[in-house]
Design a protein around this ligand. Structure first.
Ligand code: PEP
Length: 258
């Protein structure tokens, strides 16, 4: 199997004022600025992206945006075009479940965002995941397949190391984590779906994170699963020391597997 560099994202969601964001960025820089063996992406709220880019400059830490619009400019009050993030953010979260379920983002809109981000040469983190009712109804595979098909509708090829975040919606911000077995088997299914669309080589190089109540206590077992290539972390990313523990555990798991 091709070695994949794992990736951990810290999604701050709509938390922290500017002073709090700057404090956390300073702590992250101190804790993780020289980390190796894992790529780390910090996704602050949009107004603090510039502060993040300044604070993390010269470190191995990357800046990510939590969302972006597919068009470059125009009369779209309140939106931020993906093109406007060039030079500030390297990664852009696309299709996070809170965008889909709180703000009504459709699979098709997620597809337009994904295509735009790739076209610009930025790195998307494509988030997919099923609702609790869908898992209970046994339709998880169909839901994920549909989300991927729509996201990939206008994407002919994926860059090497493309990132998918598998995040069961019932595990996000709830304290309920998928068991390592559920996370592993669902992520293996997702990898097979990527292979169906783009072939084995692309799928093997694709990095698939698990997200959903990941914390310093449960990350080691999750990261030890062969198909799990890191984590997308919400709540625990607001605590520099917990987040650093998560990043180090992911790096150590990858090194152990190498
Ligand atoms: C997320 O925001 O993508 C997430 C997984 O949140 P949490 O870790 O808080 O469940």
């Amino acid at each position: 199997m091709a070695a994949r560099t794992p990736i951990v994202g810290g999604n701050w969601k709509m938390h922290l004022d500017r002073a709090g964001a700057r404090d956390l960025l300073r702590e992250l820089r101190d804790e993780l600025g020289g980390i190796e063996g894992v790529e780390v992406v910090i996704c602050p709220p949009a107004p603090w992206l510039g502060d993040a880019a300044d604070a993390l400059e010269g470190t191995s830490l990357q800046v990510g945006a939590q969302n972006a619009y597919w068009l470059p400019h125009g009369a779209y009050t309140g939106e931020v075009g993906a093109a406007m993030l060039i030079g500030t953010a390297r990664y852009i979260l696309v299709g996070h479940s809170e965008r889909r379920h709180l703000f009504g983002e459709t699979n098709e809109e997620t597809g337009r965002k994904l295509a735009a981000v790739l076209e610009l040469g930025l790195e998307p983190i494509l988030a997919i995941g099923e609702l609790q009712a869908e898992r209970e109804a046994g339709t998880t595979r169909e839901v994920l397949r549909e989300q991927l098909a729509a996201a990939f509708a206008d994407v002919e090829r994926l860059p090497e190391g493309f990132v998918v975040a598998y995040e069961p919606v019932w595990a996000i911000g709830t304290g309920l984590t998928a068991t390592p077995e559920i996370a592993q088997s669902t992520i293996a299914d997702v990898r097979a779906m990527v292979a169906d669309r783009y072939g084995e080589v692309t799928a093997e190089a694709c990095r698939i994170q698990y997200g959903g109540s990941v914390n310093a206590g449960n990350v080691t077992e999750l990261a030890a699963q062969p198909d799990i290539d890191g984590a997308l972390v919400g709540g625990a990313s607001l605590d520099a020391s917990a987040f650093a523990t998560i990043c180090r555990a992911v790096a150590a798991a990858a090194e152990g597997a190498a």
